[in-house]
Design a protein around this ligand. Structure first.
Ligand SMILES: C[S@@+](CC[C@H](N)C(=O)[O-])C[C@H]1O[C@@H](n2cnc3c(N)ncnc32)[C@H](O)[C@@H]1O
Length: 295
């Protein structure tokens, strides 16, 4: 029988090895979110498990809701839209987009526990008729070609070893002309893949962080047109995320007293905050359209 201690030790060995992080990325992500699910629920205190940009005075929940509504408006989503949320987590973004636009949504999420939690969240908000969730890998989506009128992904493609493939899959399941948009964790080109980027990846079950140029290339190569990518810092204030994270870490006992997984997660939080404040790490945004004809 595998104990939780064994499972944690297995995950720590995997995430510590950059080669294994690339080659076993889906196993690593499943291990990470299975082990860290409770800590995530407590730490975020919200089904929106990503960093939003803030307007003055907003709480995390208010900022995350506003952030998702803004994304939905920019994507032109309406009650007629049929939308795919790629890497839908525990369902916060999909529920907010559905409630705001009246659209129907499907969430594709790798981790079965998180799919169950997302279904519960949708039911609690009375949205289960229009929002559904399915266990699915973003790199091999179980949907027909051209099934959706729009798709988005929020701060999750960084978990995939083969990011170009995830963009190709999004293109495949979208109708011609449909919008593909979202946010992702990025590294500054000047920062390099070692140092703080490696510290962030090791602590968050990420094979690698892409640069904005790489994101643009992935979108273009997947057959998207009207490709726009940008550094989120150009359009909003992300600093309250790092303030909040630093406050959370400060509430914990000293690093040495923490159990191994929580120690890794707090190391990761410190690396994120340091990277965000130095500019080596940031949240990137993209907005593109599926070409009218597949290349
Ligand atoms: C940081 S969470 C963000 C969740 C959600 N998008 C949100 O904003 O609340 C990243 C999510 O991506 C999921 N994920 C990672 N790799 C995936 C893959 N290959 N296919 C589907 N989901 C994946 C994780 O399980 C996790 O739920």
């Amino acid at each position: 029988m595998t104990t939780e201690t064994d499972a944690t030790a297995e995950f720590l060995a995997l995430t510590d090895d950059p080669r294994r992080r690339r080659e076993e990325s889906t196993t690593m992500v499943e291990q990470y979110y299975t082990l860290a699910g409770d800590l995530y629920r407590e730490g975020w205190g919200s089904p929106h498990q990503h960093f939003p940009c803030y307007s003055p005075g907003q709480s995390h929940e208010e900022a995350a809701e506003a952030h998702m509504k803004d994304l939905a408006d920019r994507a032109g989503l309406t009650a007629d839209s049929y939308v795919l949320d790629v890497c839908s987590g525990v369902g916060g973004p999909a529920c907010t987009v559905a409630a705001h636009t009246g659209a129907r949504l499907v969430g594709a999420e790798l981790v079965a526990d998180r799919v169950r939690e997302a279904r519960d969240n949708a039911r609690a908000r009375g949205l289960h008729g229009r929002v559904s969730f399915r266990v699915a890998d973003a790199a091999a989506l179980p949907f027909d070609d051209a099934a959706f009128t729009a798709a988005y992904s929020i701060q999750a493609l960084c978990h995939l070893a083969d990011k170009p493939r995830a963009h190709r899959e999004a293109a495949r399941v979208l109708q011609p002309g449909a919008v593909w948009t979202g946010y992702d964790w990025m590294r500054a080109a000047a920062a390099g893949a070692d140092g703080i980027a490696e510290d962030i990846c090791r602590a968050h079950a990420l094979p690698a962080l892409a640069t904005l140029d790489e994101l643009r290339q992935h979108l273009t190569a997947a057959g998207f047109t009207d490709v726009h990518v940008s550094d989120g810092r150009d359009t909003g204030d992300w600093a309250p995320n790092w303030d909040r994270l630093e406050q959370l870490v400060a509430l914990l006992p000293s690093r040495e007293e923490l159990p191994p997984l929580l120690r890794l997660m707090t190391d990761g939080a410190r690396a994120l905050c340091a990277g965000a404040r130095s500019g080596d790490f940031f949240i990137g945004y993209w907005h593109a359209r599926r070409a009218e004809e597949h290349s």
